[in-house]
Design a protein around this ligand. Structure first.
Ligand code: SF4
Length: 400
């Protein structure tokens, strides 16, 4: 069975004004944090090598994956990043053809660091470009400009990476559709294989919330934001990228296997403060607190960790069970996860997994949304229509 591991690096050089991810700028804790993460990798290793333990990593993605996300995973010294990857490969006995992704920030990479990471085994880079328009990058409060992003892509390629993803943010005040399409064109010319597009959301607790919460709809009317989404999606297609999920498009053969494992309800381990995982019936998390994470990883025994992962122990200092899923919960997660994909809900997969037809469980929600033109059935699949894509969250709510 394939194994999937998510590592959360919670450090950033500076907090971006729109960001509501867990990240801190206290980089003096990096060294200790990475030591703690190595310890957690070893703890998981001891759990999964125990035949009586949780060794049954399930899922239908056939390749192992490791994903270093954040935060800014390329901020720490490459020695720390590479040591942790080494510990993970050893503890999980990761296959040699695994997809191993490092999220990178243009302002925190250089040729030497990238080359060391490539040699350590990373084979995919997800670069947080966000935009190639300097005005948009300034509005977003990013540390890099467009030239630095383009130079970073050159350094990534020179280091030997060919599987490169880039992030784009849409719906930024002052941004134009033409600007976004021009960014996509440049990405294509630079050989970027995967593009993730995210709409800017204004979340409470961010600096943007105070700045834009009252004006965002005047600055970027919802219809403009939707036009950006659809025109970008059409243009991605014209450039040879297949959109396989609401926010993700790839040149054939370059879909993110790690992200697909989430939408396929695969189990995955999580490492690091702020990371979330899914093992057995349990969705679990690490509290957003680096200090308590470091402290806990120093003292926790492998027996305690094993009991937590098996769902036998309640909350620990930094680890907590978010939800123990019943069979009904697992069924409800299928539309929640699969309707975001262009493949949609695979009715035969659902029947195989739960022993019941999807429409026996969700008949009413299916009927209502097909009648509204938001959902369509094609042979043994159910997926969102073009109008359904704009109202994805509302459609999904009908299934919860
Ligand atoms: S670099 Fe990314 S994770 Fe860090 S503050 Fe900015 S948006 Fe958030």
């Amino acid at each position: 069975m394939a194994r999937h591991i998510y590592v959360h690096n919670p450090f950033c050089a500076r907090k971006c004004p729109y960001c509501d991810f867990y990240s801190i700028t206290k980089t003096e804790l990096c060294e200790e944090f990475y030591k703690a993460a190595v310890r957690e990798a070893e703890l998981i290793g001891s759990v999964i090598s125990d035949p009586a333990g949780t060794g049954s990593i399930s899922g239908n993605n056939d390749k192992d994956t490791i994903y270093f996300g954040g935060g800014t995973p390329t901020l720490p010294d490459s020695r720390l990043i590479c040591e942790l990857l080494g510990a993970l490969r050893k503890a999980f006995n990761i296959a040699s053809d695994a997809e191993i992704t490092l999220e990178a920030n243009p302002s925190s990479v250089n040729a030497e660091k990238l080359s060391e990471c490539r040699q350590a085994g990373f084979n995919r880079i997800s670069l947080g470009v966000q935009s190639l328009d300097d005005g948009v990058l300034k509005t977003l409060g990013r540390l890099h400009d467009s030239q630095r992003a383009i130079d970073a892509i050159g350094e990534i390629k020179s280091a030997g990476f060919s599987n490169i993803s880039a992030d784009l943010i849409t719906g930024v005040p002052g941004q134009t559709v033409e600007g976004i399409l021009s960014d996509v064109k440049t990405f294509k010319e630079l050989g970027i294989k995967h593009i993730s597009t995210y709409s800017l959301s204004i979340e409470e607790g961010t600096a943007f919330f105070d700045r834009y919460r009252k004006t965002i709809e005047e600055l970027v009317p919802p219809e403009t934001e939707r036009e950006m989404y659809h025109r970008t999606r059409e243009y991605l297609q014209e450039c040879g990228y297949e959109t396989y999920e609401i926010s993700n498009s790839a040149i054939p053969g370059f879909r993110s296997i790690h992200n697909s494992s989430y939408w396929n309800s695969c189990e995955y381990f999580a490492i690091g403060a702020g990371a979330h995982g899914y093992i057995g019936d349990m969705r679990y998390g690490h509290r957003d607190d680096v200090a308590s994470y470091i402290e806990e990883m120093k003292s926790i025994t492998s027996q305690e960790y094993k009991e937590f992962i098996e769902g036998k122990k309640g909350d620990l200092k930094s680890l907590y069970a978010e939800e123990i899923l019943s069979e009904e919960d697992k069924m409800r997660e299928v539309p929640f996860l699969r309707l975001r994909t262009t493949e949609g809900i695979l009715l035969d997969d659902f029947l195989r997994r739960f022993g019941v037809e999807f429409e026996e469980v969700f008949g009413q929600a299916v009927k209502t949304n097909i009648e509204k033109g938001l959902l369509e059935r094609k042979e043994r699949t159910l997926r969102l229509t073009r109008s359904g894509l704009d109202l994805a969250n509302i459609v999904i709510e009908d299934f919860l």
